[in-house]
Design a protein around this ligand. Structure first.
Ligand SMILES: C[C@H](N)C(=O)N[C@@H](CCCCN)C(=O)O
Length: 427
């Protein structure tokens, strides 16, 4: 699927640049639509892939390197695009984008090749090929996908939903704020006697501060998180930082508040993406990331409309107050997260990633056991697992998981137990 999505991204960019060439706004919007289908889905594939390779060891570090690279690309884009447009033309900017996408496509082919070669997937495919597969129609296949999404979604825990809401509110304060920061900074801070273009240049430079800050700090917080855990505490701290940033914005020269916002982003970005894999069982991770990204995009997509309305009704100060209120929501949600987390056997603050994973799989198994206790549910499960095999949707994942579980089982026998609680889990 990774290759399909990167193909959509490239195709989208080609359509956008054709729209630019032929001066067709409709074509450009359609291109953005195609690009968006590929982009966000590609993100989900990459998240899942990183988890598959790094869970249990340097997961946060790996995710934060990924985030840093994304932000380096944003900064490069802010720097390069106006210059290419100035020295060449707008068309060249868009064509340059197509070449960047082609480069991504080439990198993805390498990625998929190495992932396939180095993982158990080759073995799993052989196993699958030796099993008879029942053919289903495309319609049945799509219907099964929706059935599975519904079935899996209902199994997500409270902690997943709180984490998702927290992610939305935190991302709004960075991504949606970034959309409006140019106007806010110009209104609140930049001299009225400057030309509009000059103020836009200054605001543009200021706007890159949170991203520069974050791209430098992501790996640091990734490492901290891998070594010391403290995920929920870091999220609480990061939520407070966003509040401080918006309180300071109208009163202190904006570089300070933007740097604090970048600091906050570096923390929650490095913590939140890997944490999802500790609250969603590996079998449902793709759907988990997908759902979370959809909700996040819905939030960050709707927010500019709401903010634009608030700006028209009020002024830039009202917009800052709105972001301040959203920061308060983040603080509230982070405390709700802490409360739920404190009721778990193993906290997300624990530094032992394997232990958190084992706890998750253990909880998952026990919820399965209790749900299978009634014969009706037992039948449902048998039916659905037969369906899973029949429609060939998740079976390869399951096989990969069985292989991984077996490996883990062997590894876990060598783990030194630290206390009774942990001992019970490992056993
Ligand atoms: C906006 C987009 N949906 C998003 O969330 N982007 C993240 C990067 C996610 C990468 C996770 N491996 C961002 O921080 O920009």
């Amino acid at each position: 699927m990774t290759l399909v999505f990167v193909f959509f991204i490239t195709l989208g960019q080609v359509i956008i640049s054709m729209g630019m060439k032929f001066r067709s706004l409709e074509l450009m919007i359609f291109g953005r639509f195609v690009f968006g289908i590929g982009g966000e889905s590609f993100n989900i594939c990459i998240n899942t892939l990183i988890v598959n390779w790094f869970q249990g060891s340097e997961l946060s570090f790996a995710q934060s390197i990924n985030l840093s690279m994304i932000r380096v690309a944003s900064i490069l884009n802010t720097f390069l695009t106006p210059r290419i447009a100035e020295y060449r033309s707008m068309n060249t900017c868009f064509t340059f984008g197509v070449f960047v996408c082609l480069f991504s496509m080439f990198s993805s082919i390498l990625l998929v090749y190495f992932d396939y070669k180095l993982s158990n997937q080759g073995m799993v495919d052989q196993m699958m090929a030796s099993q008879p597969q029942q053919q289903v129609s495309n319609w049945e296949y799509i219907k099964n996908i929706f059935k599975k999404i519904k079935k899996n979604t209902s199994k997500f825990t409270q902690i997943f939903w709180v984490l998702t809401c927290l992610m939305v509110s935190l991302y709004i304060t960075v991504i949606s704020f970034n959309t409006f920061s140019s106007v806010i900074l110009t209104d609140l801070w930049l001299p009225k006697e400057n030309s509009i273009q000059r103020n836009q240049e200054i605001a543009g430079e200021m706007m890159s501060v949170p991203y520069i800050m974050a791209c430098l700090l992501f790996p640091v917080f990734g490492l901290i998180c891998d070594k010391y855990g403290q995920r929920v505490r870091l999220l609480i701290f990061s939520s407070f930082l966003t509040l401080v940033s918006f309180i300071l914005l109208p009163f202190v020269y904006p570089i300070t508040s933007l740097a604090i916002l970048g600091f906050s982003y570096a923390i929650f970005g490095a913590v939140i993406w890997p944490t999802i894999s500790y609250v969603v069982p590996s079998k449902r991770l793709g759907i988990g990331y997908g759902l979370m990204s959809s909700i996040q995009n819905l939030g960050t997509g709707l927010m500019p409309l709401i903010i634009a309305f608030i700006k028209v009704q009020g002024n830039s100060m009202t917009v800052v107050i709105t972001f301040l209120v959203i920061s308060l929501v983040s603080i509230y949600l982070s405390f709700v997260l802490q409360r739920i987390d404190s009721q778990q056997k193993i906290s997300l603050n624990d530094s032992d990633q394997n232990l958190i994973m084992l706890n998750l799989e253990e909880n998952n198994k026990s919820s399965y056991r209790s749900s299978a206790s009634t014969s009706q549910k037992e039948n449902e499960f048998q039916k659905s697992s037969t369906n899973d095999e029949e429609d060939g949707l998740i079976s390869s994942n399951n096989h990969a998981e069985i292989l991984r579980e077996t490996q883990e089982g062997i590894e876990n026998q060598n783990v030194e137990f630290q206390d009774d609680e942990k001992q019970t889990l490992y056993i």
